[in-house]
Write a protein that binds this ligand. Structure first.
Ligand code: SAH
Ligand code: AVI
Length: 327
């Protein structure tokens, strides 16, 4: 389905097949010995709102640090690439992206912005906001899943920046991360660059505080996935019957976010014809968030047919923005 309004085009690739995708993920993930759901289901309208609130928390350093790195380097990145279009995966509310769009506008090269996200509300709202903020900008949004719909992104009209910010690459497991980077590389021409935001390995206490904020916003974000299942699949989860758990696995160097049942319970999920049993303190994993070193990114890039051209970071080395080229 295609709907065009002014200079906004939104192409939807989510439909009944994606209701099946949630159903599939629930059937697959909640029948495993160690229960798990993919993090993309955290982002309905309420989940996207809660994520925005997380970004403003004092404990959640990634957003403000990445913003500062982009504020310092956007001009140089845009000058080096001459980019006229910006493709953004998992665009969410593209606040930091505006630093790049500003630099493209100031360089006189800005033509097209192509966000891809699973969250319809944020995709539409940001498209409307950006065409107003940047007169003449063409916005081509893709409502889709970056694991399945990369092919839905239109071919390039000019030099392209492909950006994947916020550390969302950390939500992949290592094997699927390399497969994903390889897929991104297939669309990257010699003149294009991939900008990848990565959260860095650091003092575990700093990381754990970011995922266990004192205001309880991350806990609400985590529990919201149960409300998604209640609404979409008629499930009868009581979100308050689950405790938010987030810890840094020092060996794997990633954060795990889980929901732990306070007491034994039986949950009915009629949309998939499933009854799920939780034992006392049984956990459901809802997200991993891997932390990186420069060496890990270099190895991932090389293993995916890409090349790390530069690694931009803040003085405390909390977060990294990687400029990646095809090799
Ligand atoms: N880029 C923004 C938002 C990060 S939050 C920032 O840096 O702040 C992660 C975003 O990715 C959310 O908007 C979520 O809806 C989107 N997302 C998560 N999984 C996705 C998937 N599989 N396909 C497309 N978008 C996804
Ligand atoms: C979007 N993603 C990179 C965030 C992260 O830090 O992994 C999501 C998040 N989960 C809990 N807090 C924020």
């Amino acid at each position: 389905m295609k709907a065009t309004a002014g200079t906004i085009t939104i192409e939807s690739h989510l439909g009944p097949a994606d209701d099946r995708s949630l159903a599939y993920d629930v059937l697959d993930g909640l029948t495993r010995p160690f229960k798990e759901l993919p993090p993309k289901h955290l982002y309905d309208t309420e989940g996207s709102r809660l994520f925005e609130a997380i970004c403003r928390l004092p404990e959640y350093y990634p957003t403000r640090t990445e913003r500062a790195i982009l504020a310092e380097h956007s001009g140089a990145i845009v000058a080096a690439t001459g980019a006229s279009e910006l493709v953004e995966l998992g665009s969410g509310v593209p606040t930091k992206t505006r630093l790049l769009l500003d630099a493209m506008r100031d360089a006189g090269s800005l033509d097209r912005y192509l966000p891809l996200d699973v969250s319809e509300t944020v995709l539409r709202a940001s498209a409307e906001h950006l065409v107003e903020a940047y007169p003449g900008l063409r916005v081509h949004g893709v409502l889709g899943d970056f694991e399945r719909h990369l092919d839905a992104i239109p071919a390039a009209d000019g030099p392209r920046l492909l950006v994947f910010l916020g550390g969302t690459i950390g939500n992949f497991t290592p094997g699927s991360r390399r497969r994903f980077l390889r897929a991104l590389g297939r669309g990257l021409r010699a003149q294009d660059r991939l900008l990848l935001g990565v959260d860095l390995v650091k003092d575990p206490a700093v990381i754990e505080a970011a995922y266990n904020d004192s205001a309880g916003i991350t806990a609400a974000f985590n529990r919201n996935i149960l409300s998604v299942l209640n609404r979409e699949l008629g499930a009868d989860f009581d979100p308050d019957a689950f405790e938010h758990v987030a810890f840094y696995d020092r060996h794997r160097e990633w954060v795990e976010m889980r929901l732990r049942a306070h007491a034994p319970q039986v949950v009915s999920i009629p949309g998939v014809g499933l009854t799920v049993h939780f034992a006392h303190r049984e956990e459901l994993r809802t997200e991993i968030s891997a932390k990186f070193t420069r060496e890990r990114i270099e190895a991932d890039a090389a293993g995916s047919g890409l090349r790390l051209e530069s690694f931009l970071t803040d003085e405390d080395r909390l977060f990294g923005v990687c400029v990646i080229a095809s090799s």
